[in-house]
Design a protein around this ligand. Sequence first.
Ligand code: PLP
Ligand code: COI
Length: 341
Amino acid sequence: MEKKNIDWANLGFGYIMTDQRYVSNYRHGAWDDGCLTTDATVTMSECAGVLQYAQTCFEGLKAYTTEKGQIVIFRPDLNGQRMEDSARRLEMPVFPKERFVDAVIQTVRANAAYVPPFGTGATLYIRPYMFGSSAVIGVKPAEEYQFRVFTTPVGPYFKGGAKPLTICVSDFDRAAPHGTGHIKAGLNYAMSLHAIVTAHENGFDENMYLDAATRTKVEETGGANFIFVTKDNKVVTPKSDSILPSITRRSLIYVAKEYLGLEVEEREVYLDEVKDFAECGLCGTAAVISPVGKVVDHDKEYVFASGMEKMGPITQKLYDTLTGIQMGHLEAPEGWIQVVE
Ligand code: PLP
Ligand code: COI
């Protein structure tokens, strides 16, 4: 298979239309068989549930080319499970996780020419999503839904690649206690747009959101969880019911303990303690692990010991081990790597 003529090494995190996408429709209480299509557009009622009341959720995962030239995806079963959880919380019909994994594999296989070659630093980002497509005008769930998967080749999420980021403590809240912060609902991202535009206008790369109830604890950013490293090399990651259960973070906890022999604490992290950490990173599918150099909390600034030039040493080890597993130079734990072809 011949790869597309794309400048892989200089890709940003943007949308490039690829050849095929997967579509399945839910009507009369059941999902149809689903199929691949070349049609990249969606036609639906002007009164669709997604357009009126934002009834939509999504997932994000990546396909990688390994050193040996295989195309693989990372832990797609966990994305399938999380999408089931999102659907239930949004009163949407569940698209079963086994079918989710199959749809992802079919879509990646059909777009194999867009999976960036090994060593380019780029990957194929996979975006499964689901939305209410039938008309609703009273506030209630739609009766019809569409599940789709498209792919797009991507480079680093943050411009500047591995250069440490400067983030600010946001004055806006991302998620309420007992709200929807723990699921991947489109509405969580719609309401974060004003906060991220404001952060960018003020010269920051991202927001650090605090817990909405007390505004004393670190939650996450708009698109990634936090990991911190203490001065004695302990990995600390915030625990909260209102953050997204990141698959990257859960994988890093395992990698830190089992591959690197590090101590890991999943616990509440107070904003007051941030100044005491040696390293900080943002972790997620899109972010991979992006180092944070500085946190600005209004008139206070905390620069981590790892500085503004490079990733801290423990963050680097976590990054190298995780990407080594994803790219196939390190042996993966059972079930983490799904070979597409
Ligand atoms: N937190 C938020 C708000 C996200 O959107 C994402 C991205 O999916 C993550 C964390 C990271 O999750 P994962 O590692 O499963 O991609
Ligand atoms: C991902 O990492 O897959 C996400 O969905 C984050 C998004 C903000 C790009």
